[in-house]
Design a protein around this ligand. Sequence first.
Ligand SMILES: Cc1cc2nc3c(=O)[nH]c(=O)nc-3n(C[C@H](O)[C@H](O)[C@H](O)COP(=O)(O)OP(=O)(O)OC[C@H]3O[C@@H](n4cnc5c(N)ncnc54)[C@H](O)[C@@H]3O)c2cc1C
Length: 469
Amino acid sequence: MAGGQLREIERLGRSLRGIPIHTGARYRLSYSFDATSERGCAGGVAFPGSLDDLARLLREAGRRGIPVFMRGAGSGFSGGAIPLDGGLVVSTEKMHRVLRFDARAGEVEVESGIVNRELQDYLEREGCFYPPDPASLNFSTIGGNIAENAGGPRAFKYGVTRRYVRSLTWLTAEGEIVLGAFPEGLTAGLVGAEGTLGAVYSARLRVLPLPEDFRTSLLEVRAGEEAFSFALSLLTAGLNPSVLEYIDAKTMRCVGEYCCFGGLGRDSDFLFIEIDGSRVEAAAQEALLGQMARAFGVVLRAARSAAERELLWKLRRSVSPSLARRGLTKVNEDVSLPLGALEEASRFVHALAGELDLDCYLFAHAGDGNMHVNIMTDRRRAEEMARVETFVERLFERVIGLGGTLSGEHGIGLTKSHYLSMVFTAAELELARGIKKAMDPRLILNPGKYFMPEAAACGGSVQRCSSIG
Ligand SMILES: Cc1cc2nc3c(=O)[nH]c(=O)nc-3n(C[C@H](O)[C@H](O)[C@H](O)COP(=O)(O)OP(=O)(O)OC[C@H]3O[C@@H](n4cnc5c(N)ncnc54)[C@H](O)[C@@H]3O)c2cc1C
């Protein structure tokens, strides 16, 4: 890190009264990571507590040319919040209030640092819910969810974050405050911009009434690729689940060990399905599911109480943590595919992992085609990491060939930016960079990420291999 940058951040801290800005080694180290195992280099960490704080901070940092890296909970899987080149991390931790709730309008306004779960708990007391539910909802923030356009298990029925943003209060790179209705003007570009175009202070979000009933079940399908075709048959037959998740046998064995729940995933793949709606609708849909399971010889275990439903959700939410224990390094790709291509993609992934002798685990938000491909490895083994790189490149080539994309929900960030030319033409990339330069002419907002990897002066300090997490 340039010593000049650190001194500039120290001067910034002295000039901005009332905004904690820390430049001690402990802070700089703790805020140099996200959920990947990439490590950046923070020059300092700031904790604004209000819109006014955030505006003053961005104005002053911009004036001094200090790069700014917005950060929610740091749970991102693509290095989006990782600071580079000794820049300033701006944490939203202290901006986590519910500003307004309007039941009649079906909306809530929150500061960007509120954790998704805290918002869900607040809304539940009001008889409502906010549909986007990333599996990280217990710790990820609404600001991070907006910046990544987060999805989650419920995305099949309810859609992803973009559908629920009504307006944003955000700040330009110069610290100018914009009150922007969505989807008009520049504000529309902020959802999914990964903190590269502006800093979100607060969001007005659409919320829905809580469904009257839930029916949750776990289905065991013969191992192989039949689970995807069974899932498609369910949808074709008229099932409209809120959640339709696929977990392969190997992943489920890890979940079983992690949750001390023996016997899971011996030779079956799993579908985790939740139906919601009125009591009548939910009962009719559950009956249809039961019929289809019998017709296809699929074992169905339905939750019969709130405690059993909670247990099934615990299994689903344990997928990522249970895998994290398997290898020193987890390469986690969240490619997205047309539903009809999931089966072929899954066959390809297993064959490729076999060919390259890699330890591979698969799960998917099967309803919306978002497949998570995990390779357990050890980044210290250079030869194995070279095979992982080959795997990732060939995976992306095949996914794009099947009509898919590089990322369904984790974003491009730092780890996938050098693959963008596989999806976009040079002219499209130039256009995207033009928008970035128009909104952030000095390139101080999250430099080195997404469409602008070359903007990082110290890119060499971060390992360049897809999402190593
Ligand atoms: C166990 C686990 C499960 C996960 N499951 C899912 C899932 O189901 N679906 C899914 O979509 N993701 C999932 N993720 C990924 C991650 O949780 C999401 O990307 C989440 O939206 C990131 O939120 P965060 O608060 O941690 O953001 P961070 O990681 O802190 O930041 C992510 C990006 O947002 C930007 N940012 C943060 N706050 C702001 C702000 N106020 N203004 C502007 N930019 C900002 C940052 O600069 C960065 O580019 C999972 C992660 C883990 C570890």
